[in-house]
Design a binder for this molecule. Structure first.
Ligand SMILES: [Cu+2]
Length: 251
């Protein structure tokens, strides 16, 4: 899987890779089985001297139908039902279990627009839209080993925050608030993309996710708070956008 997928730096990304791997393996095996069956049919039933040609049926005899139904049922259960059950369990147990009650989770407000991402962290007072907010453009800084809880809004059209190294993605939709959580398991610099074509400069909506060890993140946050205060970020139009909605309720 390492050949085709970006490096997985997340807590739960292996679950996604597991589903992709299972689907690739099972459909690959099914494809192989059909190929082998066809090859056998072609090679062993070809016209030869001293042998009659293959016997053809229309496949509508009861035993043909029973066999077709049995094979289809086995494949449906082994591939589709298994995958749906597995995915549903992982979604409700992990991906959709948002860290609402977790005081340790880092809360981030994400604003998407044509064509950039704005990330806002609440700062020490834990409230958005106040003077100690840390606002970054196109860069999301997170600590390693803590849940990162994002709530997203769009200013214009549909965008989609895509974190390939964390195997997760969520649309930012005008008029509603969407959310997403993930956890970085290692420090590093990772790609942020927009996965929804959103206009002529869609390709410019690349961003950078920087995951730092807790201590380093703390230092960064202290510096960023000072910078934000000195620049007066809270008074900038970009900061003022937060006043339109409340992070906790999403309205
Ligand atoms: Cu976009």
């Amino acid at each position: 899987m390492h050949i085709v997928l970006p490096h997985d730096a997340s807590l739960d990304g292996h679950l996604v890779d597991g589903v992709i791997g299972y689907l690739t393996l099972t459909t690959g095996l099914a494809f192989l089985a059909v190929l082998v069956f066809l090859l056998i049919a072609i090679v062993f039933h070809r016209e030869r001297a001293g042998r009659t040609r293959a016997h053809h049926t229309h496949g509508n005899r009861p035993r043909d139908r029973a066999l077709t139904f049995a094979v289809a049922l086995v494949m449906f259960v082994a591939i589709d039902v298994t995958l749906v059950a597995r995915t549903a369990g992982e979604l409700s147990g992990r991906f959709w279990r948002y860290p609402d009650g977790d005081p340790n989770a880092l809360r981030v407000e994400v604003t998407a627009r044509q064509w950039s991402w704005t990330f806002r962290t609440a700062g020490p007072d834990g409230r958005f839209g106040t003077g100690d907010d840390v606002v970054t453009l196109g860069e999301l800084d997170v600590p390693v080993g803590r849940p990162i809880y994002l709530k997203l809004r769009s200013r214009d059209v549909v965008h989609s925050l895509y974190l390939p190294s964390f195997r997760t993605k969520i649309d930012a939709i005008p008029g509603s608030t969407t959310r997403l959580w993930f956890q970085a398991q290692e420090a590093g610099r990772f790609e942020i993309g927009c996965a929804q074509h959103c206009g002529v400069s869609h390709y410019k909506m690349r961003g950078l996710l920087i995951a730092r060890p807790e201590g380093e993140y703390h230092d960064w946050l202290a510096r960023a708070e000072t910078d934000s205060r000195l620049r007066g970020d809270a008074a900038l139009p970009v900061a003022g956008e937060a006043d339109g909605w409340d992070w906790e309720t999403g309205r």
